[in-house]
Structures are given as structure tokens and as C-alpha cells.
Write a protein that binds this ligand. Structure first.
Ligand code: SF4
Length: 262
């Protein structure tokens, strides 16, 4: 049985604090026209030979070549390449890679650090208790997983013992994340936790020092606003910081309104 938003917030102990107090000023605007939105998003990329996917998987391509090839992939090639990738040590114990999930033409992109045990089993980011909390956070600002929302991670394979991904692992996986952003073309990126901030922004400071800062991510000709907030798994352990995460989400929602108005 699926829960209503209020039921979900109550269940997670977030109500009434996390309730949306104002109505969204604008309905979901058209990054794409209604006509375009009703059909599958176009694959904006030229077809790249399967050979490139194989070369990347076997690490035959140099760093620059690999990044260049990944930058041309469409979704199918990207998924295949991630599934076969051996570019860092996380492939050794991989049961399956977890590329990401959601609306491939979403305005909202949420990025966490890496898949955990449950995520690896299910092949989807943010399942289990942290995933439930993320769903509640989304519901609090009238968002829903898969509906104008894409969820990805800095690394696509599970770090052993669910440890945070290392810098070298995030660097090896960065071309995949970069390509996901280029394909999705989100209006706003929300980084969940310190590792995600490090992976995308190169920021190594404590999460508390990154919250509230006006970051942007350069994607082609566009600067995408970026909001840094706590990882849901951290919030489950540190209840007082939920209110700070709520502030971050309110800021993200305000930035999205500005982005849609531009
Ligand atoms: Fe490749 Fe990323 Fe998995 Fe490392 S974490 S093996 S770079 S897909």
C-alpha cells in the first residue's frame, strides 16, 4: 500500500516540521514544451561504436580518451559501459553497478556518494531507511522519485563495508557522472553529503562549511546552481540536523523557481 505524503512524513518523524508551508508559485514549468514532454527524451548524442564501451571497460583507453569517449555516449551505452567498467578497484566485489534512477529529462538531480548493500542488490540508489528518508524529503517539497527527479551517486559501484568512496574512485567514476549531467540537463543539482560535494565541486571541507554557499556546476555553456546538504543516512543518525536539511531544501526550491523563471 502506498502512503500519502502526510503519512510518509509522520512515519519518518518529520511532521509537522517538514510540511510545505507555501504553495509552489509556479507549476512545473516547461524546460520542454508539453508536446515534447509527452514523448521520451531524445538521445542527444551520436552513436558511438560498441568498441568504445569495450575499450573503456578493459581500461585500454587512456584517461583523456576514456573521458572523451564517455562524453559521447547516449544512455544505453552509458549504462553498458558502467556495468562493464573496471576503471577502479570497486569493480572487484561488484555484484552489479548502480548507474542511477529516475526521469532522464529531470529538472532536479540529486547526487549521493555510492550504493550500499541494499542498493547494490536492487540496482537502485537510495533504497532502505536512507532511501525512505530521501523520499520523505522529496515529498516535503512536492517532489517524487522518478517524476522530474533523477537520483545518482558519485560512484556507481558499492565501496566495501559501505565506507565512503575514496578520491581516486570518485575521480575514475567522474566521467560517468559528468555525462549523466550532460544528458539530463537538470536545472538544479542537490548534493547529498560530503563525498558528493567533493566529487562534483572538488570541495573537501566539512559539510557544515559547504551548506548555504552559492555553488554552480559548469555544464557546457550553462552554470547549474548547486545546493549542498546532508546525506539522508547522516540525518537518520543526527536528528537535530534535519531542520538544517529542511532549510537547504527550501533554498533549493527557491533556486529552482528562479531557474524556471529565467
Ligand atoms: Fe567504474 Fe565507477 Fe564502478 Fe569504479 S565505481 S569500477 S569507475 S563504474
Amino acid at each position: 500500500m502506498s502512503l500519502t505524503r502526510d503519512q510518509m512524513l509522520n512515519e519518518m518523524g518529520l511532521s509537522p516540521q517538514w510540511k510545505l508551508r507555501e504553495q509552489p508559485a509556479v507549476a512545473r514549468a516547461a524546460k520542454k514544451s508539453p508536446m515534447v514532454a509527452s514523448i521520451a527524451p531524445p538521445d542527444r548524442t551520436p552513436v558511438v561504436k560498441t568498441l568504445a564501451v569495450e575499450a573503456i571497460a578493459s581500461s585500454a583507453a587512456s584517461g583523456a580518451e576514456r573521458e572523451e569517449q564517455i562524453a559521447q555516449f547516449g544512455w544505453d551505452q552509458l549504462r553498458q559501459s558502467i556495468a562493464a567498467c573496471r576503471a577502479c578497484g570497486l569493480c572487484a566485489e561488484r555484484k552489479q553497478a548502480v548507474p542511477g534512477v529516475g526521469d532522464e529529462n529531470a529538472d532536479w538531480l540529486f547526487i549521493g556518494e555510492g550504493p550500499g548493500t541494499d542498493e547494490e542488490v536492487q540496482g537502485e540508489p537510495f533504497v532502505g531507511p536512507a532511501g525512505k528518508l530521501l523520499d520523505a524529503m522529496l515529498a516535503a517539497i512536492d517532489l517524487k522519485r522518478g517524476d522530474d527527479v533523477y537520483i545518482a551517486n558519485a560512484v556507481k559501484c558499492r565501496p566495501p563495508d559501505n565506507r565512503p568512496p575514496e578520491a581516486a574512485e570518485m575521480a575514475a567514476c567522474a566521467p560517468f557522472l559528468k555525462r549523466q549531467i550532460a544528458l539530463i540537463q537538470p536545472r538544479l543539482i542537490v548534493l547529498l553529503g560530503r563525498a558528493a560535494a567533493h566529487a562534483l565541486l572538488g570541495e573537501e571541507g566539512l559539510l557544515a562549511s559547504l551548506r548555504g554557499k552559492p555553488f554552480t556546476y559548469r555544464a557546457g555553456e550553462r552554470d547549474i546552481p548547486v545546493v549542498v546538504t546532508y546525506h539522508p543516512a547522516y540525518l537518520l543518525r543526527t536528528l537535530p540536523d534535519k531542520s538544517k536539511a529542511w532549510e537547504d531544501l527550501c533554498r533549493a526550491r527557491a533556486l529552482m523557481r528562479v531557474a524556471k523563471a529565467d
